[in-house]
Design a protein around this ligand. Structure first.
Ligand code: 6PG
Length: 249
């Protein structure tokens, strides 16, 4: 298999511009596929502005809701009534009242343990995809949204954890988180996340500068190892950029 391409760095002015640029990329991916579309969402605070945009005019009216399916790349193992639940945030921010209920695919958390949630979600993804093995010629997702945590994690793939090395399973249970919130997680694995036409990281704000510096220095952290088999894009705002490459200031 060909090595995944290096991420493409796109720098925008601020968090507002970043959400606009991300929304444009979402629409471009949708426009590129006239059939059924699969988008894998992410948790954390980074995608909130994008979700708000997609749920409001003019974006909301442009989205072909009846053709788009929404998945989530990782979930905190809390019930969907808990505001920490990633899909609950996405639903409340833009999916409910817009997406058909059957097109929203949460990771089940009202199950015995994270591993059971992972197995159930892998089955759901495989049923949607129509196979238990991923074909690089036919990506699972059109678009995978991602964020980078302060320790270099992405989805719930924390540095040094066995979940990062998983090559066979699509989804795994993560018994303990490395950063807050300290609840068990369920996460898609690197190969499942890689099976997409585009992986789009949103990295904004001054707080992200230390981790972005480490990633740009090539540290072998999960957020750097997460690559699409298609295109990987890091959308970054000026506040997150390391001093040396901020340019013109
Ligand atoms: C989660 C996320 C996680 C997130 C990063 C960045 O469940 O917490 O999916 O991987 O993307 O931690 O989080 P922020 O956007 O809040 O900085």
């Amino acid at each position: 298999m060909a090595a995944a391409e290096e991420p493409k760095l796109i720098v925008v002015a601020d968090a507002e511009a970043l959400a606009q640029a991300a929304a444009q990329r979402v629409m471009a991916r949708i426009a590129a596929n006239p059939g059924r579309i699969a988008i894998c969402l992410t948790g954390g605070s980074s995608p909130k502005k994008l979700y708000e945009l997609l749920g409001s005019a003019p974006w909301r009216g442009k989205l072909p809701w009846d053709r788009v399916h929404w998945f989530i790349g990782d979930e905190r193992f809390v019930l969907d009534s808990d505001p920490l639940n990633n899909m609950t945030v996405a639903r409340a921010t833009f999916l409910d009242h817009n997406a058909p209920a059957g097109h929203i695919h949460p990771i089940p958390t009202a199950v015995e343990n994270p591993e059971a949630g992972a197995e159930a979600y892998a089955r759901e993804l495989q049923a949607f995809y129509g196979s238990e093995s991923l074909d690089p010629a036919r990506p699972l997702f059109d678009l995978v949204l991602m964020g980078a945590g302060p320790d270099g994690h992405t989805a719930s793939l924390f540095p040094g954890y066995p979940a990062v090395e998983e090559t066979a399973r699509w989804v795994v249970g993560v018994p303990k988180a490395n950063v807050a919130p300290f609840v068990p997680r369920v996460s898609l694995t690197l190969p499942a996340l890689a099976s997409c036409r585009e992986m789009l990281f949103e990295i904004a704000g001054h707080d992200k500068r230390p981790i972005l510096t480490r990633l740009l220095n090539g540290e072998n952290l999960p957020a750097l190892r997460a690559r699409s088999e298609g295109e990987t894009v890091w959308l970054v705002d000026r506040a997150a950029l390391p001093e040396g490459i901020r340019g013109g200031r």
